[in-house]
Design a protein around this ligand. Structure first.
Ligand SMILES: Nc1ncnc2c1ncn2[C@@H]1O[C@H](COP(=O)(O)OP(=O)(O)OP(=O)(O)O)[C@@H](O)[C@H]1O
Ligand SMILES: [Mg+2]
Length: 263
């Protein structure tokens, strides 16, 4: 009896240690995730504080420069030569770009709570597409499924989020390609997919692209998708990405349908 008893004990000990190992693994994974989240949120907070300070300080001088350019244009009127005019134009454009950066930084740090309302889904997508200038070599193909549903979101915030996705897609295609925009409905959700034929995203970057300040562009600041993700999530939506380097990238956004539609 002693040998059998010993074998039984060994057996259950082995089982127990395997179980323990599994539990430790599970806990480690949870800890790692929690730490990841913490690092990200601390980084967000730090970026936020710095950004709102700097952004705010830059607003006024930028506005003064903008007014000065306007004044110069007025006083010079038709007296100026072509080079002066084009230099002023360049100056004005650069001020606009700087203003956009400041606005991005400020929106990022002060995202107001969404004011949810019934929004026509297809119109919302069309509108956000119209905010972005499409280069000549790029074709935008929309394929909206059936009748437009109503979604329960903040139209301005989601419009902005979608426009960010579109502008990234256009930038990834570098002047040539196709952007397909499809929509559909799934249990309680309306979804829209933006599928580009751009450069794609390497696998190791896929979970970094939503972090603030992650960019691979020489002139990017890396706030577009961080803002987008935050806006989508605080509107009870979900954003997902799939990509293949050299082939293209698809961003999907799911948004809650209005109650009447979901039934
Ligand atoms: N459609 C896409 N195709 C390929 N890469 C993409 C796409 N969308 C995003 N990315 C990658 O994700 C990074 C982060 O995007 P994000 O919009 O946050 O910042 P950005 O476009 O670089 O700068 P900005 O702050 O001006 O938006 C990009 O630099 C790019 O590497
Ligand atoms: Mg961007």
């Amino acid at each position: 009896g002693g040998t059998i008893r010993k074998m039984e004990l060994e057996q259950s000990l082995k089982q127990y240690s395997e179980q323990l190992e599994e539990m430790v693994k599970e806990r480690t994974r949870e800890l790692e995730e929690a730490q990841d989240k913490l690092v990200r949120s601390e980084r967000l907070a730090a970026v936020g504080e710095l950004a709102s300070g700097v952004g705010h300080e830059l607003r006024n001088p930028l506005n003064v420069i903008k007014s000065c350019i306007y004044l110069l244009n007025m006083t010079l009127a038709d007296k100026a030569d072509e080079e002066t005019i084009s230099t002023l134009k360049l100056l004005d454009q650069q001020v606009d770009i700087s203003n956009k950066i400041v606005t991005d930084l400020l929106t990022f740090t002060r995202v107001r709570p969404p004011s949810l309302g019934q929004v026509d889904f297809h119109n919302l997508i069309r509108e956000s597409l119209s905010w972005v200038r499409v280069p000549e070599g790029i074709e935008v193909v929309t394929n909206f499924d059936g009748q437009s549903p109503k979604v329960l979101v903040d139209a301005e915030q989601i419009g902005r989020a979608l426009a960010n996705i579109v502008s990234n897609a256009l930038q990834a295609m570098d002047g040539k390609g196709v952007l397909r925009v499809n929509t559909g409905i799934d249990e309680g959700y309306a979804w829209v997919k933006f599928e580009d034929t751009g450069c794609g995203i390497p696998e190791e970057n896929l979970d970094k692209i939503f972090e603030p300040l992650f960019t691979t562009k020489p002139k990017g600041i890396g706030l577009g998708l961080a803002i987008t993700k935050r806006l989508v999530e605080q509107n009870n939506g979900v954003i997902e990405v799939t990509s293949q380097v050299g082939k293209g990238t698809t961003f999907a956004v799911k948004l809650p349908l209005c109650k009447e539609e979901a039934n």
